[in-house]
Ligand binder design. Sequence first.
Ligand code: GDP
Ligand code: IMO
Ligand code: MG
Length: 409
Amino acid sequence: MKLVVIGGQWGDEGKGKAVDFLAEKAELVLRYSGGANAGHTVVVEGQTYKFHLVPSGVLNPGKTVILGIGMVVDLATLFEELAQLEQAGIPWQGRVLLSDRAHVVLPRYKEMDQHRDRARPRPLGTTGRGIGITYALKAFREGVRVVDLFEEGTWNALEPADRAFLQPYLERVRAMMTDVSALVHEKRGGNLLLEGAQGALLDLDLGTYPFVSSGISCAAGAAVGAGIGPQEIDRVIGVFKAYSTRVGNGPFPSRFTVERDGDLEEKVRGIGKEYGVTTGRPRRCGYLDLPALRYACRSNGIGSLLITKMDVYDGMPELKICTSYQLDGRRTEAFPASAEALERAEPVLETVPGWTRAVKGCQRFTELPREARDYIRRVEDYCGVPVEVISTGPNRSETIVRKDPWTPS
Ligand code: GDP
Ligand code: IMO
Ligand code: MG
């Protein structure tokens, strides 16, 4: 089977945890988009691991993990991450592979990214990791791919400073370099887990443009990233938080406000530890936005949802959910294409009972407080997609499976 895991919101939904959990039954785990702008946290038996580039399945012993075709790779960050794995006693040699078609991020791209974003009249608040520049040069057909580092012509055409940066990594990269499409074809009998980065609403085409990242983080990107056809994908799993967050700039209609919600943003940020893994920036927090989530489900073919962070809402007597927007004098459930329109949209909030008994520690769906189950049902009814997995804490073990996503439907 081939499963895709994508973020259903603006990133940081808990994809890292989901991928780590699902990787147990996968033969290959392939990350298909983005670069070191991502920050994926995995907690196993109390030990925390943070990944920017290495696929989150790597902690499962013996699994082969691949940095796929659609990625943009900063080699300094990659080898730093691999050294950290080694220090943590996790062997990676021979099982972390890198697509020969992936693009390389050069140090000057990071400087350009930071400079360009600061110079914008309305900065996007990029992570400064050179992502937009690398993808722009790729589209402009002036990018540097992994395979190009081993061709005399392309290597010699690089600037001396670029060659000096790249030289120390060459032999290690050569050992990891793989024809991804051929490998995936060879292993077609086994389970393949396709790991997305960022989220549906940060996708270059489907997201809240221009406040998006530059990769194909939507589900369709998984086929490109693995060098397979779209019909080969069996299921798309959308990971979403019980609430919403956003780091960086851009419209966020359901954000908590002090006037309406008091100190709720601070509270959720504190309990949920809502600070960026990559930049340390505080994430903006808000209510679950159902029109946005339904849009993400529809535009990505999400057939199964995985909810995270329900425990962060533990003990709150009352909650709200955004069910539509008031926009330009009318009420709508549609998710606008224009960032300016989304900026003008006022959230229409439905009040629902919270759960005073904790979801943290619950082992089964039936053990969850009734209000928590109702909250999940509200999402299912609205989006028309079942919530099949429930995460009740950051640890791998804090996961309730109602239906195993690997079970063929
Ligand atoms: P990703 O980018 O989608 O992988 O998500 P991040 O790792 O950036 O952010 C998610 C954060 O939430 C991480 O610190 C996770 O350890 C944590 N997390 C994941 N699932 C849960 C959950 O169910 N409850 C709580 N409290 N934390 C969670
Ligand atoms: P994960 O995989 C949250 C955001 C940045 C910025 C915008 C563009 O951890 O969910 P970029 O540096 O990509 O050009 O920045 O996208 N962004 C993310 N936000 N999670 C991510 O990844 C993100 N990757 C990029 O904050 O607003
Ligand atoms: Mg993240």
